[in-house]
Design a protein around this ligand. Structure first.
Ligand code: IMP
Ligand code: MG
Length: 388
């Protein structure tokens, strides 16, 4: 079976940590979309590790990690990421398999990203990682796949990259890029869509790790302020090559409040002291770009839509500890803000009430809360339910 972890808001719900936590129960952790626009922050023995291209199962030495065909991969940042992980004693080479059909982000895509943004009046506020231009090339049928760039007849793709007539900017240096491609060649590159089905046939359990989140989905998100991939649950089948019949449990991850990096609608955004507190206590700065995240109350109308469209079985609520000590907290329900009493600790009856209110409105059980950065700062909600 393939179980799935999907973010229900605008990313940065803490999916990386949840995947790392749940990974114990799985043999394979697979990314099905997005690229190094993602920033998944994990803590290992108190040390902070931020992953961009690589799945969050990599810290568990006995798991297979897959970068699926639906992903885009930046060889330069990939190389940096691997070297950093290796310097911390994490074995990436033996535990990572990359799809031969994942698309390659080139330095030219990054220039296009900058150029496109500079030309728009409705700026998206992208991560500037070349994600949109890379997916654009994929859909325009002129993208570079991993299997192209690892070929020894190097010219094929050398030509493909360079043959971009009339670029509105200088062609960036490709030296580092070529080096990074050589580096990429050392990794296990496979038809991961075959591998994953073989693993499933042999009884292995797969956890599909969402990147970005439902609110940034190309179809269902706040278009055009979205990313360029399918981040909703349907992306799993296409981005890994698995049938819908293989899908098991779907976990939705929500933060106890909302954050958003980049532009786009945000009904519950705060510009006051509460918003500042969320930002400071929650350390709400982008793990990819360092930008300050916009903060606001939990929008349950949005979460409900995400839960419905993704068919979520269980919700996991993160960062409830960030709201500890707030006198009151608000949630948006049917377009209106509702105030609820705040809580001091995860043992508070007010937190239990908050959780049951959310769960009832969005029609999904909340099974765990996460109240700290470490993998084991998790609490099963039935422990809390004595109060309810
Ligand atoms: P892009 O994916 O770089 O094209 O950016 C499009 C929008 O998605 C921007 O608002 C980004 O800030 C946002 N975004 C992309 N990836 C992430 C992520 O992993 N977490 C949060 N926001 C993201
Ligand atoms: Mg992130």
């Amino acid at each position: 079976m393939v179980d799935i972890v999907i973010g229900m808001q605008f990313g940065d719900e803490g999916k990386g940590k949840i995947v790392d936590y749940l990974a114990d129960k799985y043999d394979v952790i697979a990314r099905f979309g997005g690229g190094d626009n993602a920033g998944h922050t994990l803590y290992k023995d108190g040390e902070k590790i931020v992953l961009h291209n690589i799945p969050s199962g990599i810290l568990n030495s006995d798991k297979t990690n897959i970068i699926g065909n639906g992903c885009v991969i930046n060889p330069i940042s990939f190389m940096k990421e691997v070297k950093e992980l290796e310097s911390k004693g994490i074995d990436v080479k033996s535990n990572l398999v990359i799809s031969d059909k994942a698309h390659i982000i080139t330095p030219i895509h990054i220039e296009w990203d900058r150029f496109n943004e500079s030309q728009r009046s409705d700026k998206i506020g992208t991560t500037m990682k070349g994600i949109g231009p890379c997916y654009t090339d994929k859909v325009s049928r002129k993208g570079l796949m991993v299997k192209d760039v690892i070929r020894s007849d190097f010219n094929l793709w050398g030509v493909k990259i360079n043959n971009q007539i009339g670029l509105p900017f200088d062609v960036p240096s490709l030296t580092e890029f070529y080096k990074a491609i050589e580096f990429l060649k050392q990794f296990q590159i496979r038809e991961t869509e075959i591998l994953i089905n073989e693993l499933l046939d042999s009884g292995k359990k797969v956890l599909a790790e969402g990147a970005q989140a439902f609110g940034l989905d190309i179809d269902f998100g706040t278009y055009p302020y979205v990313t360029s991939s399918v981040t909703s649950v349907a992306g799993v089948c296409q981005g890994l090559g698995v049938s819908p019949k293989r899908i098991g449990k779907i976990y939705g991850v929500i933060k106890a409040y909302t954050t958003r990096v980049g532009n786009g609608p945000f009904d519950t955004e705060l510009f006051d002291e509460d918003g500042n507190k969320m930002c400071q206590i929650g350390n709400e700065f982008g793990s990819t770009t360092g930008r300050k995240r916009r903060c606001g109350w939990l929008n349950l109308d949005e979460v409900k839509r995400a839960v419905t469209i993704c068919g979520v079985d269980e919700l996991i609520m993160t960062k409830v500890d960030v709201l500890n000590g707030f006198e009151r907290v608000s949630i948006l329900i049917n377009g209106e803000l509702l105030d609820l009493p705040g809580w001091d600790s995860s043992g508070s009856i007010h937190l239990s009430e908050f959780i049951s209110k959310v769960s009832e409105y969005v029609k999904s059980p909340i099974t765990y809360i996460s109240n700290g950065v470490n993998k084991n700062d998790m609490k099963k909600v039935d422990v809390l339910s004595d109060h309810i």
